[in-house]
Design a binder for this molecule. Structure first.
Ligand code: DHB
Ligand code: MG
Length: 225
């Protein structure tokens, strides 16, 4: 039923006739054909993030974990004035993403950087502090889960007040609250970021549980004070 509801709502609210529908499907197919793991975002979440950027009139968005560029294509193709910086540690993934971004016609507004998040973020932070890039209005953390908190902690100071940051894979099918899964890095990374956000006066946060074509999961939403 979850998948059927996603299919019904998307077919009405983002039908195949939309200008970016074919390129989004192409990005997923090209990523799969070139051996990338099938863990990209999906239409409901991609459009949710794109609409957040639109509602907040975001000028500069950041993504940690480009994979095949699927979410970056959503953000950029739905928001003509938006610039996206996206960071990917795997050179093959980054190459496939670059193909997909070019095919989607958004490569001129998506700055795709190769490297580990903890190496690239401080450089981006210096560019923002120097005024070479606008402060971030939106960020999406979907990379190595053990660094969820480290990424968020660094990002907060690169954001404008009111910026929204999302962290993926927080609920993990209920693993978040399963004692037996505390050793799983997805669960420990999720718990660390939830617990530290709750104690951090720079931000407010909440977790939205999601069901849909990617089964049962959830995203942490953080707003920068
Ligand atoms: C998985 C899903 C994700 O969204 C991700 O970022 C990493 C891994 C998974 O299902 O294994
Ligand atoms: Mg994810």
């Amino acid at each position: 039923v979850w998948t059927a509801v996603d299919a019904y709502t998307i077919s009405n609210l983002h039908p195949p006739s939309r200008p970016n529908s074919a390129t989004l499907i192409h990005a997923l197919k090209n990523s799969r054909d070139q051996g990338l793991p099938d863990i990209a975002s999906y239409p409901v979440i991609g459009k949710f993030f794109a609409l957040q950027c639109r509602a907040l009139r975001v000028k500069h968005a950041l993504e940690l974990g480009t994979l095949g560029g699927y979410t970056s294509i959503w953000l950029a193709s739905e928001n003509p004035g938006l610039h996206v910086t996206t960071i990917e540690v795997n050179p093959h993934h980054r190459n496939v993403a670059q193909q997909n971004l070019e095919h989607a016609g958004v490569a001129d507004r998506v700055d795709s950087r190769l490297g580990a998040g903890l190496d690239v973020l401080p450089r981006l932070g210096k560019e923002i502090a120097a005024g070479e890039k606008p402060r971030l209005g939106f960020a999406y953390i979907d990379a190595d889960k053990n660094n969820n908190w480290n990424y968020l902690d660094q990002l907060i100071d690169m954001c404008e007040p009111g910026a929204v940051i999302f962290v993926d894979n927080i609920v993990a099918g209920g693993g978040l609250v399963d004692e037996a899964q505390l050793g799983d890095v997805m669960v420990s990374g999720a718990r660390e970021v939830v617990e530290k956000v709750g104690k951090d006066g720079r931000v407010e946060g909440m977790v939205l549980q999601t069901v849909g074509e990617k089964s049962y999961d959830g995203i942490l939403m953080v707003v920068v004070n």
